[in-house]
Design a protein around this ligand. Structure first.
Ligand SMILES: C[S@@+](CC[C@H](N)C(=O)[O-])C[C@H]1O[C@@H](n2cnc3c(N)ncnc32)[C@H](O)[C@@H]1O
Length: 717
């Protein structure tokens, strides 16, 4: 076929785009949804979407024949490590060390993998011409390919990945503006234009103060393709925010349900029943009824048709029947490590696990096989594992494998742990002024920021493999990892994690609204803290302060104790003026002294508390001046890991429930308690999700400000 080069100047070493004559024309429907004349309706067989002659192709020097790429040498693989008693390799999760081209060819010959991978996510080098080091300055990988060489490198892998994908599989390719356009053309070539689903724009970082003559660059892109027209798809939704929910501006007087009115007709004329009269009315000119008359009658009988005063029907769409707003193709919530409290591995260019959660949940189901052949720090693998998917990871960097192993054993670390002492000092003394919404948030912030990543189960069920001849390179990192994996995980609570998973399942089963929140937020990360004097001290110190101020003062107070370890005896050695100078009010000094006194006299015995029922433990804690019911409930949830506590008085919970269950101030208490009854014995877990739900809501700041205003210091009961 004759190809017409487009007249745009690309350097010769770069690619040139050729658009064949007679390429498919794009038409646009009145609804604004583009369609292609060449696109067929999905058949029952869910045909593979393949490249056609109509697709543009990218031509460049060194572009090889597909057959040549597929027939190249495959890796020969050696097993480096496997857990005792693990079944045969085909069923296990696998982490490969070596070049992904040869390893993908090896996987192509594996019947358990070829055509069985439901989801591929890759985050290859971006052609940055840089060498990357970890935060601890270990060399990680080099990103030196450019232009045609880069394109051909990736094209070869994408070709193999296409073969490896299942028919209903999806592929996500993460790139930045430098190469995404070239690779879009390559993917259209390999998968067919109709297989393109989205180019997601992700906000990767906070705004930068650019001095160059151009706009700040905060975005990168994820190309999403499917192998066929029927990929696995679990539609992700954002929970409703109050402002979006306002679109449902009508309230049914009989039921109190909020709804919006939408047309009951659609564009286009029809000859059949949907084009005829219903209740004596024809659809408007050029339109047809959305449903046949019988279905419209049913809707009307259920009260789901609204009749205007002029007798025109509209369909009611209820807020409570909609789990949220479908996720669109601009993602703002998944910036990479952007503040000191974000947990990371320290590997360069590692991606936000939340991003992977969204992708994995949307495009695969539990038990499915997920593959990332530029695995880096193992973000895809660890999230896939947590979400119950099987996985295969490949990376050619020893540091990447070492990092993944560390992550599997011990999770991630707070980014602050990687920064210099000077930066740390700065962090602790610079208040950010964000408003703390409630004690709930404060304690949770402590749990997230300071506790080890212990609520995660260590990942042990996988096989580590290497290209033959490279096995020895991993000796040191495997030794290091085995020692770590053997060490008891600080604060680990494996049974509690299993219990959390059970709680998620039960709550999702019983409460549809909460199920939608759980689906959006992902697994509960309610991490047990150490418990005891330290936590209660923190709780009292944090009362009525913003998160950042609370963190600063907590640090200062801890700094007064020997080796930073608070104890009642230690507190006795610290003077009141020193506590005041650390930032405690006179009243809080009194409270912490009272706390120490109770603990010293054995009135707040931890063992005894552990044996008590929730109600008795709350009563015992409330006996301390400065601890009220609220603080006690927080302590039970976060420090004692009691799973069935409902802090209904918490303002954040209140705001969240009002939003999620459409509750009003009137009768809130009774209705909230009634709703919470169905969550037993997992009310703490449900509360954690409610808090997260609120955080997700765009109006969070507004809610939090209201909550803060209502929050009063709990007085000693
Ligand atoms: C951008 S990083 C991936 C980061 C990863 N998404 C994460 O969250 O940590 C790219 C990775 O691709 C790996 N890589 C580059 N070329 C490779 C090749 N030919 N085979 C296997 N891995 C490769 C690098 O070692 C690096 O770890």
């Amino acid at each position: 076929m004759v190809q017409q080069p487009l007249a745009w100047p690309l350097p010769a070493r770069y690619a040139r785009l050729h658009l064949p004559l007679g390429s498919a024309a794009k038409t646009t429907m009145a609804t604004g949804v583009p369609t292609r004349r060449t696109q067929r309706k999905p058949s029952a067989r869910r045909d593979a979407v393949t490249s056609s002659d109509a697709s543009p192709v990218l031509s460049y020097a060194g572009k090889r024949d597909a057959a040549e790429i597929l027939a190249g040498p495959a890796a020969r693989i050696s097993r480096v490590w496997a857990p005792p008693g693990l079944g045969s390799e085909p069923e296990s999760n696998r982490l490969y060390f070596g070049d992904n081209l040869r390893i993908l060819r090896h996987l192509l010959a594996d019947d358990c993998v070829r055509g069985r991978v439901r989801l591929v996510y890759i985050d290859p080098p971006f052609a940055t011409q840089s060498a990357f080091h970890s935060r601890k300055l270990a060399p990680a990988y080099e990103d030196t390919l450019a232009g045609a060489e880069f394109i051909e490198h990736l094209r070869a892998r994408l070709l193999l990945l296409r073969e490896i994908l299942a028919q209903d599989g999806s592929l996500y390719v993460h790139l930045d503006e430098k190469m995404v356009f070239h690779i879009k053309v390559i993917l259209d070539e390999l998968f067919g234009e109709a297989a393109f689903r989205n180019c997601v724009t992700r906000k990767k970082c906070n705004p930068k103060n650019y001095t160059r003559r151009q706009y700040g660059n905060v975005a990168d892109y994820i190309l999403f393709y499917s192998k066929s027209s029927g990929p696995v798809w679990n539609r992700p939704v954002e929970p409703w925010t109050e402002s979006r929910a306002r679109e449902y501006q009508y309230v049914e007087p009989e039921t109190g349900r909020r709804f919006m009115k939408v047309p009951v007709h659609a564009p286009g004329t029809r000859r059949g029943a949907t084009g005829g009269r219903w209740r004596g009315k024809l659809p408007p000119p050029g339109k047809h009824w959305q449903f046949p008359p019988q279905k419209l009658d049913e809707l009307d009988a259920r009260g789901e048709i609204y009749w205007s005063p002029r007798g025109n029907p509209r369909r009611k769409v209820y807020l409570d029947q909609s789990p949220g707003v479908g996720v669109q193709d601009i993602w703002l919530d998944f910036k990479d490590a952007h503040n000191q409290n974000v947990r990371i591995t320290g590997y360069p260019t590692e991606k936000n696990p939340g991003l992977l959660e969204r992708i994995i949940e949307a495009s695969s189901n539990p038990g499915d096989l997920v593959l990332d052949c530029y695995a880096g720090s193992g973000t895809t693998l660890s999230v896939a594992d947590r979400l119950g998917r099987r996985w295969i990871g490949i990376d050619a960097s020893r540091e990447a494998i070492a990092t993944s192993l560390r992550r599997f054993a011990h999770g991630t670390e707070r980014m602050g742990d990687f920064v210099t002492p000077a930066a740390k000092r700065d962090q602790t003394t610079r208040p950010h002024g964000r408003t703390r919404e409630s004690l709930f948030d404060s304690l949770e912030a402590v749990a997230v920021a300071e506790a080890p990543d212990s609520a995660r189960e260590a990942i042990t069920q996988f096989v580590l493999l290497a290209e033959r001849g490279q096995k020895r390179e991993l000796d040191e990192c495997v030794r290091d990892w085995r020692q770590r994996a053997a060490a008891p995980r600080q604060g680990a609570a494996a049974p509690a994690v299993a219990e959390l998973r059970r709680a998620e399942r039960e709550l999702s089963r019983r409460d549809a609204k909460l199920a939608a929140v759980i689906a959006t937020i992902g697994p509960c990360r309610l991490a047990p803290k150490s418990g005891g004097f330290e936590d209660l001290l923190d709780a009292i110190v944090s009362q009525q302060l913003s998160n950042s101020a609370a963190a600063t003062i907590r640090k200062r107070v801890r700094g007064l104790f020997d080796r930073g370890k608070p104890s009642p005896a230690g507190l006795a050695r610290i003077t009141d003026p020193a506590l005041r100078a650390a930032g405690l009010s006179r009243r809080k000094v009194e409270y912490v002294r009272s706390l120490a006194d109770h603990v010293r006299r054995g009135v707040l015995d931890r063992q005894a508390l552990r044996r008590m029922s929730d109600a008795d433990a709350i009563d015992a804690l409330c006996g301390v001046k400065g601890i009220g019911r609220w603080t006690a409930e927080m302590y039970l949830i976060f420090s004692m890991h009691r799973l069935d506590v409902f802090p209904g008085g918490d303002q954040a919970i209140r705001a969240s429930m009002m939003d999620l269950y459409r509750l009003t101030e009137r009768g809130y208490e009774q209705r909230a308690v009634r709703i919470a009854e169905q969550w037993r014995p997992y009310r703490s877990v449900a509360s954690w999700y409610l808090y997260r739900h609120l955080e997700h809501s765009r109006e969070r700041v507004h809610h939090m400000e209201r909550a803060r205003r209502r929050f009063h210091v709990e007085r000693g009961a």
